[in-house]
Structures are given as structure tokens and as C-alpha cells.
Design a protein around this ligand. Structure first.
Ligand code: SF4
Length: 284
């Protein structure tokens, strides 16, 4: 069984990669295609959503901004935990959430509120973030843990000509009844856009993270965990070749569709959860 010490010895060798290679569109590198798992998820949600997001990279919508700010807060907390410099967990989280949420805004965005709708969205997300960090704090205090990997990029040859990239959100060691267990963890910060109850198990980003971990560190036994902060729900998943093959097939089909400009757009109830609804010409 893989232990934290063995894993930490392997980290330097196996986690080195060039962040410059990470791209939001499939990139040809010596006849190989590189694509990020977040693009696979976006394209699966709606090909037009994927297009709009990549056509407007500087227009970060409030959903993405919220997710990014909360993740940065969480990573800062886990890093402090790893380095043993957390005096007061909640104070640290409150300070970091305030810093991350305000950091992305320019003076105009902070001082001028263009519409009551935007002001309400901004304020609701600020409050939602505060609620989430309290819940996250409770969740972390329930489990004694040793952080191993925090918010680190991975890349893996998922198919002979396709390299998949993504982020290990969190890898930790916990102790259950005197047994040390390695867990690969994903934090769900916002309700999924697919609006399906099973998605906490069949989460493509989580399956990709587990596959990359298994292949990179050559391990079979570890737990794959999804922590939904808002509902405080933790789900431990078991993935087999079935899920990994499904992931490979999805990645392959998405790359072929993007390369050949194949877009099957069928507006439906997903549009109600889409941040580009206001500018989309295909919406319901
Ligand atoms: S509004 Fe609907 S059709 Fe348009 S990008 Fe969003 S999900 Fe796709």
C-alpha cells in the first residue's frame, strides 16, 4: 500500500511539468494533442458554452470567479496546514476569503455598481462564500489529516496521441482505525451545471484526477473522495476500468469534435444554469 512517505519521495520527480503547456484549446505538440479536463467538461455541458468561454477569456463570469476565489482560499488554508502555521483556522479562512474575493475586482467594479442585478449577484456570492468557509472549516476539523499535494497541475498521456491536463485539488493522508489511507479529493464549491444527483460520483474531473494519480504514481489502492462544501456531503467513490474507459472515450470524442468543428447544440433546461445565457444566440 502506498504511504505518505513513499508518495512524498516521488513528488519531486513526478509532479514536474511546465505550466506553460496548459492551454484552454487543444494544442498540437509533435502530433500530440493537449487538452484540459475543464474543457472536456465545458464542451460536454454545451459546445456553444465552450466556444463562448474561449472567445471571451477576459470576461470571467461570476460563477467562475466565485469558484476560483473559493478554491484559492481553500488551497491557502491547506498550504498553511501543511506548513503548520495555522493559529486560528476560521480567522485564517475569513481573512483569505475577503482577500481573494476582493482581489479580482478593479476599483470601478468595487465602487460602481451598474445594476441592482449585478450588485445582488456580487453580494449573494460574497455571503455564499462566507457560509461556505464556515462549512469548510467544520468539515476539516472533523478529520485529522496530513496534506500531501495541494492544487498541483498534472498531465497524463490518456491515449497514444492525447495528453490530458488538469489539477490535483488535494491529496491527503488520513487515519481510520489505525490504518493510514491516501485520499484524492475534489472540493465541489458550486452546484453542478448538469443538475444531476449522480454527478458527485460520475464527476469527470474527479475520474480524470484519479486516473492521473493511479498512472503517475503507479498505485491501485487509494480512495477517491468528493466533498460538497455547501451540503457538507462527502462521497467516497470507487472507480474501475469501466469509468476510466468512459473518460478516455469522452476525451477522444471531444477532441475529434473540436478539431472538426462539430457542434451539436440543443438548448434545453441546461440554459437556465448557464452563465452565458444573456449573450447566447441559441438559448431557449
Ligand atoms: S445558453 Fe444554452 S445553448 Fe447557450 S451556451 Fe448556454 S447552455 Fe449552451
Amino acid at each position: 500500500m502506498l504511504t505518505r512517505v513513499q508518495l512524498q519521495n516521488d513528488l519531486n520527480d513526478k509532479l514536474q511539468l511546465n505550466d506553460l503547456y496548459i492551454t484552454s484549446t487543444p494544442l498540437d505538440i509533435r502530433n500530440q494533442v493537449m487538452i484540459d479536463i475543464s474543457d472536456i467538461v465545458d464542451f460536454s455541458f454545451c459546445p456553444y458554452y465552450y466556444d463562448l468561454k474561449n472567445r471571451n477569456p477576459n470576461e470571467i463570469n461570476s460563477r467562475i470567479l466565485y469558484d476560483r476565489s473559493l478554491h484559492k482560499t481553500i488551497y491557502a488554508y491547506l498550504l498553511a496546514l501543511q506548513e503548520d502555521r495555522l493559529d486560528s483556522t476560521l480567522e485564517f479562512l475569513k481573512y483569505r476569503w475577503g482577500k481573494e474575493w476582493i482581489k479580482y475586482k478593479n476599483a470601478k467594479e468595487l465602487l460602481v455598481v451598474r445594476s441592482s442585478y449585478k450588485r445582488d449577484t456580487y453580494d449573494n456570492l460574497r455571503k455564499k462564500g462566507i457560509d461556505s468557509i464556515f462549512k469548510f472549516n467544520d468539515l476539516m476539523l472533523q478529520e485529522k489529516q496530513c496534506p500531501i499535494i495541494i492544487g498541483h497541475k498534472y498531465q497524463i498521456n490518456i491515449l497514444p496521441n492525447i495528453i490530458l491536463t488538469g489539477t490535483y485539488e488535494y491529496v491527503r493522508e488520513i487515519t481510520v482505525r489505525n490504518h493510514k489511507i491516501i485520499q484524492v479529493v475534489k472540493f465541489v464549491t458550486i452546484p453542478n451545471r448538469f443538475n444531476t444527483v449522480i454527478s458527485q460520483k460520475f464527476d469527470m474531473e474527479l475520474i480524470a484526477m484519479a486516473y492521473a494519480f493511479k498512472e503517475t504514481f503507479n498505485v491501485d489502492y487509494f480512495q477517491v473522495v468528493s466533498i460538497d462544501i455547501e451540503s457538507k456531503k462527502t462521497v467516497i467513490n470507487t472507480y474501475t476500468e469501466k469509468e476510466y474507459n468512459l473518460l478516455k472515450q469522452t476525451v477522444k470524442n471531444t477532441v475529434i469534435s473540436i478539431q472538426n468543428d462539430i457542434k451539436c447544440i440543443s438548448p434545453d433546461k441546461r440554459c437556465y444554469h448557464c452563465e452565458y445565457r444573456n449573450i447566447c444566440i441559441n438559448t431557449l
